[in-house]
Ligand binder design. Structure first.
Ligand code: ADP
Ligand code: MG
Length: 243
């Protein structure tokens, strides 16, 4: 068996009395698209904050590409690229300046960063926007620039937290299609946190998170099969919440 891109085992996390994650276990296989589906407050961002080590206080085990986050944090984090729910680029700087900065954070020299930035911007269809200030980009372009930023150090796993929220229909579809294309072309895996059922395809890996608990793991097709092929009904049945 090959090592998964992400292995989360029996992870719990509380904010005071609020148990945001309750004994969560899940696997993101290599080279695949896995949707982390849950309504607001399900615990999606908390899980991401644990995997990215923003929060250290937890129980359980998290491994990125086989590297334990607690024992080998540098090795684990090197394999991780993140698109946070909130915006992460400096609006006053150009796309290139932002990516230069993040390349430097990953220890990439300026000489190596230049061709790498051109490469990742081409991968997200922003090759012509290198010198544009982030404030002059559309919402969808900002998201794609954030994906380029997350790719700069060639991670094995991309975490995307509600990456399409606030975008128009066309930009949403572009960001989703881009992520799927990266998986096909660049040998990355993705964990795609969302509350939007329409973004999920039958062959996708699916983890349904609700009130901090994992209610389903499998493929989206398998989840739908339990409700006459209707994923929305399956979600309602499992969570009690209309999709
Ligand atoms: P999601 O990203 O799925 O919307 P979150 O992980 O943001 O869910 O939240 C999970 C639960 O943890 C919610 O009940 C939320 O109110 C709570 N929570 C999240 N972050 C904090 C925090 N920094 N302090 C206190 N409670 C929090
Ligand atoms: Mg969230």
């Amino acid at each position: 068996m090959t090592t998964p891109a992400l292995h989360v085992q029996n992870v719990s996390h509380s904010f005071g009395p609020v148990r945001a994650l309750d004994d969560v276990s899940l696997v993101v296989p290599r080279g695949g698209f896995t949707a982390l589906l849950g309504v607001n407050g399900a615990g999606k961002s908390t899980l991401f904050n644990l995997v990215t080590r923003l929060y250290a206080n937890r129980s359980g085990v998290i491994e990125v590409a086989g590297h334990d986050l607690r024992r080998q944090p540098t090795e684990a984090l090197r394999r991780l690229g993140v698109v946070f729910q909130s915006r992460a680029l400096d609006a006053d700087l150009t796309v290139q300046q932002n990516l230069m900065y993040h390349a430097a954070l990953h220890g990439i020299s300026r000489a190596r960063a230049r061709p790498r930035i051109a490469e990742v911007l081409a991968q997200v269809d922003l090759a012509d926007r290198e010198g544009t200030r982030v404030s002059a980009l559309s919402g969808g372009q900002v998201r794609r620039a954030e994906i380029a930023r997350a790719l700069i150090h060639a991670p094995e796993l991309l975490l995307l937290d509600e990456a399409t929220v606030g975008l128009d229909v066309k930009s949403r579809a572009e960001v989703l299609a881009l992520t799927r294309r990266l998986i096909a072309d660049q040998q990355v895996s993705a964990l795609w946190a969302t509350h939007i059922l329409d973004e999920i395809e039958p062959s996708d890996g699916l983890v349904i998170l609700h009130r901090g608990r994992v209610l389903f793991t499998g493929t989206a097709g398998e989840a739908a099969a339990a409700a006459e092929g209707d994923l929305t009904r399956a979600f309602l049945h499992l969570t009690g919440v209309p999709g």
